[in-house]
Unconditional design. Structure first.
Length: 165
């Protein structure tokens, strides 16, 4: 695990990694305007790859409303409530020449509400969700206490590297 801050400049990723940022279903234009931009998300994802010593890969970050995240949470996890982040690894098929690590789906409303409850900046909590989702796409999980502790340690290290306490 990386211990010192990287020399990466936000938005100046030279890894040839592509992030597809999608904003969907915002009833409130102000909420859509509050979503961190592609440069910040690129930086957080790059820091995550660096922390786990992995080559960067393409991925999608889709920011959605509560209705869409609830439907996805029900379909894929059997839970009938909204959640902050879901991660879907890409499953390649031989007929398609496309390479992606997968999709991270973040519910901005849930992240914003959690930020308010936890008394932390929305952007900081959103960064944590991007990092958390990226780690899931890279095979990290928190099904056991040991897995959860290891994943949390990595997240804390990355957050410290990007200036989030």
């Amino acid at each position: 695990m990386k211990k010192t801050p990287s020399k990466i400049t936000p938005g100046k990723n030279s890894s040839k990694m592509a992030i597809d940022l999608q904003l969907a279903g915002f009833d409130d234009v102000a909420d859509g305007a509050e979503v961190p931009g592609l440069a910040a998300i690129d930086w957080w994802v790059t820091e995550t790859f660096l922390a786990i010593d992995r080559s960067p890969e393409n991925l999608t970050v889709r920011v959605v409303n509560e209705e869409e995240i609830t439907e996805l949470n029900h379909r894929y996890r059997g839970k009938d409530n909204p959640t902050n982040v879901l991660a879907f690894p890409f499953e390649s098929v031989a007929e398609v020449d496309y390479h992606s690590l997968g999709d991270i789906v973040i519910c901005f409303t849930v992240v914003k509400n959690e930020s308010n409850q936890q008394h932390k900046p929305v952007k900081s909590h959103f960064a944590q969700m991007v990092i958390h989702g990226t780690l899931h796409l890279c095979g990290f999980d928190h099904q056991t206490d040991d897995q959860a502790a290891a994943m949390e340690d990595i997240e804390k290290s990355i957050l410290a590297n990007i200036g989030v306490n």
